[in-house]
Design a protein around this ligand. Structure first.
Ligand code: CAA
Length: 401
């Protein structure tokens, strides 16, 4: 067991922190006010080779370990949740899923350009009537010769207006419930595909989120990911990676709330002393400090299991649940510590609080993760080996099995 970051991880952390401090933090308040997503930041993330960091070099990535992805997400969300979300959907939910489940042809066509950041990937699972209950989805895919024809819609899709490729889940057999779902790679340019952003969100206002629509979209059969009926498992395994990045991002948000609160505690005085000297403020600070440590350790444990090529659904769910709750609580306390100033966007903490809410809802609500952990503890749920696992790291020693 080693709790130190490697030299390579330290240097990636430094690069991302510098980028965030220089190119995101000075502008984010205005972008957030305007609700303006910046595609130029996506381009910069690609230029910095941060979009495929844990994809093997043979597929266009940097070949680094899964915890390096966590470190990137932490540092990005220290700046804002919007750009961590972009990496989560592109790398965690889409690109890593292609690595895990794709055929060699799909990897060459879609994974390689995504790992290089030349094309952007997104994820289409949630529907207006199917969020936690994935099997309730209504989007259909009907086989017609060498194609599947997709009809339906998805909602709350991050990067809906900017992604080139979407990993989409649709019912190929309505009577089979979760076993009737199939996964497809859909290109934005396919006829009958449309997207529309959602306005008026509580948080992540600098992000792009919306709906995507399929109106008789013809998807080549070669773009089916996995077997017919395997879509639920593919979606769940994608979420094992997406949730990992969300948890890591929450660590960054927690750290941002903690840093802002520490600074303010030393700046502000009441009753003749720094507010940090008041015990009830110290209580909030102590909780943030402890939760930061707890959340980070849980994330790195899940990442270490990924590096070892082991199934990590339970540990990832735990990390996501605990880290996102803790980040939400820390942001709320950070606003409290800042008093009335925390209620205005003169300080960043009100944005942290608004941004911290979505991760408690998306990629498995707090309630879904609570139930999963209860079921694991009681022996009602167990993680079985998968037909296809993410490759363990270092990649050159062990390939996909
Ligand atoms: N990887 C691979 N396979 C998995 C898996 C995983 N992580 N988890 C489950 N499976 C397999 C199981 O092994 C099982 O296979 P068999 O039938 O062969 O035994 C099969 O899938 C069914 O599994 P479960 O019995 O566990 O399924 P369930 O119905 O009990 O699942 C649930 C319940 C855990 C609540 C699950 O439905 C769930 O996680 N729901 C939340 C979904 C979610 O996160 N939605 C949000 C999605 S997207 C998003 O948030 C993005 C966005 O909007 C921005």
């Amino acid at each position: 067991m080693n709790f130190e970051l490697t030299e390579e991880q330290k240097s990636v952390k430094k690069v991302v922190r510098k980028f965030v401090d220089k190119e995101i933090i000075p502008y984010i308040q205005e972008w957030d006010r305007q609700g303006a997503f910046q595609p130029s930041i996506l381009k910069r993330l690609s230029e910095l080779e941060l979009m495929g960091v844990c994809i093997p070099e043979e597929y266009g990535g940097l070949g680094m370990d899964y915890n390096t992805l966590a470190i990137i997400c932490e540092e990005l969300e220290r700046g804002d949740t919007a750009y961590r979300t972009a990496v989560s959907v592109h790398t965690g939910l889409n690109t890593m899923t292609l690595l895990q489940w794709g055929t060699e042809q799909q990897k060459q066509t879609y994974l390689v350009p995504q790992a290089k950041g030349l094309k952007i990937g997104a994820f289409g699972l949630t529907e207006p009537n199917a969020g936690s209950d994935v099997a309730a989805m209504q989007t259909t895919a009907k086989r017609e010769g060498d194609y599947y024809v997709l009809n339906g819609s998805k909602t709350w899709i991050s990067l809906c207006d900017y992604a080139d490729h979407f990993l989409v889940f649709a019912k190929t057999d309505h009577d089979l419930g979760s076993k009737g779902i199939t996964a497809f790679i859909v290109e934005r340019t396919f006829e009958g595909f449309e997207s529309k952003a959602i306005k008026g969100k509580l948080g992540i206002r600098a992000g792009n989120t919306g709906e995507i629509f399929f109106n008789d979209v013809k998807v080549p059969a070669a773009n089916r990911l996995g077997e017919e009926g395997e879509g639920f498992k593919i979606a769940m395994s994608a979420l094992d990676n997406g949730r990992f990045t969300v948890a890591a991002g929450a660590v960054g948000l927690l750290e941002a709330s903690f840093e802002a609160s520490l600074k303010y505690c030393h700046e502000r005085s009441t009753f003749g002393k720094e507010i940090g000297k008041h015990q009830l403020v110290q209580q909030m600070i102590a909780k943030m400090s402890a939760n930061l440590e707890i959340a980070r350790l849980l994330v790195y444990k899940a990442g270490t299991l990924k590096n070892e090529g082991k199934r990590n659904t339970k540990e990832t769910s735990l990390a996501k649940w605990i880290a996102c709750n803790a980040a939400n609580e820390a942001a709320n306390d950070a606003v409290q510590i800042h008093g009335a100033y925390g209620y205005s966007d003169e300080y960043p903490v009100e944005r942290y609080l608004r941004n911290s809410k979505a991760p408690v809802i998306y990629e498995g609500t707090r309630e879904i993760h609570t139930v999963m952990q209860g079921e694991y503890a009681l022996g009602y749920r167990e993680d079985k080996p998968l037909r296809k696992q993410l490759p363990s790291w270092p990649f050159e020693k062990v390939t996909v099995h």
